[in-house]
Design a binder for this molecule. Structure first.
Ligand SMILES: *[C@@H]1O[C@H](CO)[C@@H](O)[C@H](O)[C@H]1NC(C)=O
Ligand SMILES: *[C@@H]1O[C@H](CO)[C@@H](O)[C@H](O)[C@H]1NC(C)=O
Ligand SMILES: *[C@@H]1O[C@H](CO)[C@@H](O)[C@H](O)[C@H]1NC(C)=O
Length: 275
């Protein structure tokens, strides 16, 4: 397989809504499932290779008797998932790139794996939070900006028409500056954060109709929404305070009865006897 034919397949992918492969994004340090669109039959050699920058192939995994086994450079990171594929774990930046499932030497599926690094962002329930993302847009062919949460649409804004599409639950909640294209600021603002807003948010520029994507910088944010304090009356604290004042009363009464009472009696008796 030469580089030209790979490029040809990719070009084909871009023009006919790819049936062969896909862009897969995964978070640095986590795991990703890589699977072929179809399995290999009979005793054909079924392999997963990574195409390196110099075009040379590196065996990632090889299916032996129906079970995927790791290639030499992947011994501790590949595990069998199904007859179709594997799970690659502890992802590192060098895992970025093009993967090919080949069956008897013929490419079955192409996968472009993109590893992203996520910036941690946190907010408390009910608050407003900004997820930063920037991209050099000047003079760039840009169709729209798009944010996704765990792979589903959050918001997409078209540059020319300024038309906005929202993912479910994000209507009126998520927003991107109307000037995003002019300033290259693709940051997402989320209002009234809820615990269920937690997740990995990815920011993209879509370059054309075929939705060729470019990630912004930083590409992703991992949002954590923390539960708000049971405000505003602090019922637990009140209870505690109540308990405390009762104890003080009890101790005072006890001291009065046990110490002050008898002492006063003894003092009175002594004063009387002194007269
Ligand atoms: C694969 O592993 C061998 C031996 O450890 C090493 O020399 C080689 O550089 C590795 N190749 C890649 C692409 O990491
Ligand atoms: C980017 O846009 C957001 C609103 O979408 C704004 O809060 C933020 O300040 C902007 N960043 C800069 C550097 O201007
Ligand atoms: C998104 O993914 C994260 C991490 O896998 C998970 O903790 C979170 O619950 C998911 N959020 C939604 C809404 O699916």
């Amino acid at each position: 397989m030469t580089r030209t034919s790979i490029l040809l397949v990719l070009a084909l992918c871009a023009s006919v809504k790819c049936l062969l492969g896909d862009f897969v994004t995964a978070k640095l340090g986590e795991s990703v499932k890589l699977s072929a669109s179809r399995s290999c039959t009979g005793d054909e050699k079924f392999t997963l290779i990574k195409r390196l920058k110099d075009d040379s192939p590196l065996t990632v995994a090889l299916r032996v008797d129906g079970v995927w086994e790791p290639g030499l450079n992947y011994t501790s990171r590949i595990s069998h998932h199904s007859v179709f594929g594997v799970v690659l774990s502890r992802l590192n930046i060098n895992d970025n790139g093009l993967y090919e499932f080949t069956c008897g030497g013929e490419i079955v599926t192409l996968i472009q794996l993109e590893i992203f690094r996520a910036t941690p962002v946190s907010v408390s329930e009910g608050g407003t939070v900004e997820l930063p993302c920037y991209y050099y847009t000047a003079g760039e062919l840009v169709k729209s900006v798009r944010w996704e949460r765990n792979g589903s649409l959050v918001i997409e804004m078209d540059r020319a028409s300024r038309e906005i599409r929202y993912g479910t639950g994000f209507e009126g909640k998520g927003s991107v500056s109307a000037n995003w294209y002019l300033e290259g600021n693709l940051s997402l603002t989320l209002k009234r954060a809820q615990l269920e807003d937690t997740g990995d948010y990815l920011c993209y520029i879509q370059q054309d109709e075929d939705a060729k994507r470019r990630r912004g910088h930083p590409a992703a944010a991992t949002l954590t929404v923390s539960k708000r304090h049971p405000d505003p009356d602090h019922p637990k604290d009140e209870e505690k305070k109540g308990m405390e004042s009762w104890s003080i009363v009890a101790i005072t009464v006890f001291l009065t009865l046990v110490i002050v009472g008898p002492s006063a009696f003894v003092l009175g008796w002594w004063l009387k006897s002194c007269r």
